[in-house]
Ligand binder design. Structure first.
Ligand code: ARG
Length: 458
């Protein structure tokens, strides 16, 4: 008989059992569910709602059930629908009818919201740890590449040279914001919904605050209707995860490009690449590609959750059972990606010479020729036109700016002197960007230093 079977005269249609059950996926919450039940039963006894002896029996029983589930010894059934009722059934099997006192003053509605919050708390902590490791790998590459110059691109056209360290630090900044967002969301996740009951609270003299404290929450979700209806903390997690994987995906795209023969800027370690079943020469950046690909499912889960919630009246509706698979899949996808990315970045070989050659053979110093003229009091717009014509001339001659002799330069402006060759050299061009956050070596060192200072404060 179903735990809720009292008012029914017929067994549930098998297809309905199959269709409405969530046990196949919410068993992931088993340990959190039991953790919550232990705190709840402790509170029931402390408040005199059930006798202390019964509470002890239930607690011991719950611990046995927890072990059995962890060892795969417990039978979880679709007939018992979800993890909450499966645990309660197992408890009653373990300790007898007294196990039926566990659910006093509680509903699966506040219980499932609690389990989700406990799960996300752990997930957020794990993700922050993994993000920090990735930042360390990026920062390590930055430190090793303070003299590595590569073309910076806009529109994927060579634009201005930058330090590879600067490029790495851009990602460190992105992941820093991602960490901040996760940490900020933690305070909204870290509130206990327990005690909201099905929707309106409960007639028993429970102590919500006590349960919250035992489970190390910062407090309770105050309004009982909100406590059981709210899944915005899930949406927020999915949104934060979407931003993280969007950042990872952009980095992936760069790794894929850079490791192609066309760029040949980096080589990913063999341990992080895979081969082709047909073409013996292939070494493919599959991890980066797959992370880029998995971005789709994470964005999909965010839109899916928002869409599920958008038309729901307060309070709990069965639709909300759809909150779990996307959340689990997102967490697993992100954890998998982050765990791989840190060592993949750490072991990547940076081909400094190839990057430098790319900078030497382009027009990414053209802005500096214009700035040179501006320093000699030519209006920038005029300088822009002069340099545009110089570049056009060089292209027609099959040359780059540094290949032009001084007479050729002087055809375009008499203001250009011999010192131009020094001004247009890649190192000078990079180090000329000596503004806060610019790509000059000393400014990139500053960024590294301030990142390290922030980390040592935390
Ligand atoms: N399995 C359900 C879910 O995940 C638990 C809550 C069920 N509550 C209810 N009143 N049917 O949403």
């Amino acid at each position: 008989m179903k735990l809720w079977g009292g008012r029914f005269t017929k067994p549930t249609n098998e297809l309905v059992d199959e269709y409405t059950a969530s046990i196949s996926f919410d068993q992931k919450l088993a340990q959190y569910d039991i953790q919550g039940s232990l705190a709840h039963v402790e509170m029931l006894s402390k408040c005199g709602i059930i006798p202390a002896g019964d509470a002890d029996t239930i607690k011991n029983g719950l611990k046995v059930v927890a072990k059995k589930i962890a060892n795969g010894e417990a039978e979880l059934s679709e007939e018992n629908e979800d993890i909450h009722m499966n645990v309660e059934k197992l408890l009653i099997e373990e300790v007898g009818a007294v196990g039926g006192k566990l659910h006093t003053g509680r509903s699966r509605n506040d219980q499932v919201a609690l389990d989700m919050r406990l799960y996300l708390r752990d997930t957020i902590v794990t993700m922050v740890d993994l993000l920090v490791k990735l930042q360390e790998a990026l920062l390590g590459q930055a430190k090793m590449n303070l003299d590595t110059i590569l073309p910076g691109y806009t529109h994927l056209q060579r634009a201005q040279p930058v330090l590879f360290a600067h490029h790495m630090m851009a990602y460190v900044s992105m992941f820093e914001r991602d960490i901040e967002r996760l940490q900020d969301s933690f305070k909204r996740v870290n509130r206990s919904p327990l005690g909201a009951g099905a929707l309106a609270g409960t007639t028993f003299p429970i102590d919500r605050q006590y349960v919250a404290e035992q489970l190390h929450f910062d407090g309770v979700v105050e309004n009982s209707l909100d406590a059981v209806s709210d899944r915005d903390f899930v949406v927020e997690f999915l949104s934060n995860a979407s931003l993280i994987i969007m950042h990872l995906s952009r980095l992936s795209e760069e790794l894929v490009q850079w490791s192609s023969a066309e760029f040949n800027f980096i080589e990913l370690d063999d341990a992080f690449c895979t081969g082709s079943s047909m073409m013996p020469q292939k070494k493919n950046p599959d991890v980066a590609e797959l992370v880029r690909g998995k971005t789709g499912r994470v964005f999909g889960h965010l839109i899916g959750m928002l869409t599920t919630l958008k038309g729901l009246p307060i309070a709990y509706n069965k639709d909300m059972q759809e909150d779990k698979e996307g959340m689990f899949d997102t967490a697993d996808t992100l954890k998998g990606a982050l765990a791989l990315f840190a060592p993949m970045i750490q072991t990547m070989e940076v081909k400094k010479e190839n990057m430098y050659q790319a900078v030497a053979k382009d027009f990414s110093n053209a802005t500096d020729l214009a700035d040179y003229l501006v320093n000699k009091e030519m209006p920038f717009r005029e300088a822009h036109a002069v340099v545009g014509q110089t570049v056009l001339y060089a292209i027609e001659q099959g040359k780059f700016l540094l290949d032009l002799n001084i007479e050729e330069f002087k055809q375009f402006s008499s203001l250009i002197e011999e010192d131009i060759y020094q001004v247009l050299a890649p190192e000078t061009v990079v180090n000329a960007r000596d503004v806060v956050g610019g790509t000059a070596k000393n400014r990139v060192e500053e960024q590294i230093q301030s990142a390290e200072n922030r980390w040592s404060e935390n």
